[in-house]
Design a protein around this ligand. Structure first.
Ligand code: DGP
Length: 133
């Protein structure tokens, strides 16, 4: 289950050199080439799924998320905490269409609701207002 045009499939097959953090028969974790934090590692299944909602078998999802703790230990961010991010589809600006979990850490991150979400979230007050009713 590989897509020959997919960059992450090429990384999974070892065809593109990358900074590997952890690897086993099902997943590979490697450092993001555009890090947003001192630690920014991506975990991907070796099989190709376009995103987390692409009928991914539960054992694959389980293995993917079980790898999070291993990566956090290897990177030394387990104790202080870290953030997981799984962009899914267009509205989440997913740029690589191969399921991946971002593991972000190594410093304090603002809570998502502390950030300026810009014009795309101008209905936030409306949403909060309606959910509070
Ligand atoms: P997303 O927006 O969730 O699809 O994030 C994709 C991430 O993948 C982005 O932070 C940059 C990273 N990335 C894209 N291509 C490569 C690559 O060839 N190597 C590495 N290490 N990271 C990549």
């Amino acid at each position: 289950m590989h897509d020959e045009n997919c960059i992450f499939c090429k990384i999974a097959k070892g065809e593109i050199p990358t900074s590997v953090v952890y690897e086993d028969d099902k997943v590979i974790a490697f450092d993001d080439m555009e890090p947003l934090m001192p630690v920014h590692t991506l975990i991907i299944p070796k099989d190709h799924y376009s995103d987390v909602a692409d009928n991914v078998p539960e054992d694959v999802l389980g293995h993917l998320f079980a790898t999070v703790q291993k990566v956090a230990d290897i990177k030394g961010i387990h104790e202080d905490g870290f953030r997981l991010l799984v962009n899914t589809g267009e509205n989440a600006s997913q740029s690589v269409r191969h399921l991946h979990v971002h593991v972000l850490g190594g410093g304090l991150m603002p809570r998502p609701n502390d950030q300026d979400w810009g014009t795309s979230a101008t209905n936030a007050a409306e949403i909060h207002g309606s959910s509070a009713e």
